[in-house]
Design a protein around this ligand. Structure first.
Ligand code: G
Ligand code: G
Ligand code: NA
Ligand code: MN
Length: 257
């Protein structure tokens, strides 16, 4: 499969790109941060989305170097934005998706420390997103990994919450800062009141565990309004902005939506 054989060069030949999707503080409507989402600018096939190459990279192990490239580029960019737009918010945070293989990389902590030192980023402005299925995979190992991240002041969020095998009895053991309500719940809020109840329950559960909440997949003003009245802290979705290249993200910072 040709994408597979081309993937090793993607990193070396500088073909990876990051797009950024704003994370909105619902109460104030301000941009509080961005999620970095990787794309592959393939010389022949054009822009390729992560769904078409992240699974390959997970299989062949390239996800680890790819993940470090993403981490470094996202941190570098966020630090530049924090210098250029100090008035936007204090500070902007950057969310980066971390694959299971990278979470379990024995060099993760030293590598992260090196990256944030190199780009001079405040550690608490970096948030790593781990999917629910990754953290639930081996709870003991995950708790230790999360504690090591906490020790160096990196923030952690659980992504796609509610879609995997989630044992609520484990959730309180995870030292995480944020739960991200999966977009499937947000998108179905209008057609079934059950989904509203699920979203409200996830929000109050998070708050009782001292976690904040990001609702993803917000596509309408009505969804944003409801989530705000339920005290959901942050929102993300096409209603605010699609994931955009850095120049467009800068335009959003200069002229907020
Ligand atoms: O950007 P898009 O909407 O196509 O993202 C699709 C999926 O790819 C998302 O689930 C996201 O978590 C994943 N993804 C995007 N960027 C990265 C990345 O840098 N690392 C990992 N591990 N996954 C990513
Ligand atoms: O949780 P995950 O890392 O998969 O989330 C990022 C993905 O969600 C990206 O693929 C992004 O393009 C997608 N996404 C972000 N906002 C919306 C939205 O409002 N609607 C839909 N359908 N997808 C969204
Ligand atoms: Na994510
Ligand atoms: Mn998600």
């Amino acid at each position: 499969f040709s994408l597979n054989s081309d993937l090793p060069q993607a990193i070396e030949q500088n073909q990876l790109r990051l797009h950024y999707q704003p994370l909105i503080h619902l109460e104030s409507g301000k941009i509080q941060g961005f999620e970095a989402l990787v794309r592959w600018q393939h010389p022949k096939k054009g822009l390729i989305y992560p769904g078409d190459f992240i699974p390959l990279a997970e299989e062949n192990g390239l996800i680890v170097p790819l993940g470090y490239w993403v981490l470094k580029e996202a941190c570098r960019q966020n630090q530049l934005w924090n210098q250029a737009y100090p008035q936007a918010t204090t500070p902007l945070f950057i969310s980066v998706n971390l694959s299971g293989r990278q979470f379990r990389d024995p060099h993760l902590i030293e590598n992260i420390q090196k990256i944030i030192e190199d780009v001079d980023l405040l550690p608490h402005s970096l948030k790593l997103e781990l999917t629910e299925s990754v953290v639930m995979d081996d709870v003991e190992v995950s708790v230790n990994g999360l504690l090591s991240l906490k020790k160096i002041n990196i923030k952690v969020g659980i992504d796609d919450f509610g879609t995997g095998y989630s044992s609520l009895s484990y959730l309180h053991r995870f030292p995480v800062d944020t739960l991200k309500v999966d977009r499937s719940f947000v998108m179905r809020m209008h057609d079934a009141s059950d989904n509203e109840a699920i979203v409200k329950t996830i929000i109050s559960l998070s708050h009782s565990l001292q976690m904040d909440v990001i609702a993803e997949g917000i596509e309408t003003a009505a969804q944003a309004e409801k989530l705000k009245t339920w005290n959901c802290e942050y929102g993300q979705g096409y209603f605010f902005s699609r994931p955009v290249p850095s120049e467009k993200a800068e335009a959003l910072l200069a002229n907020p939506p």
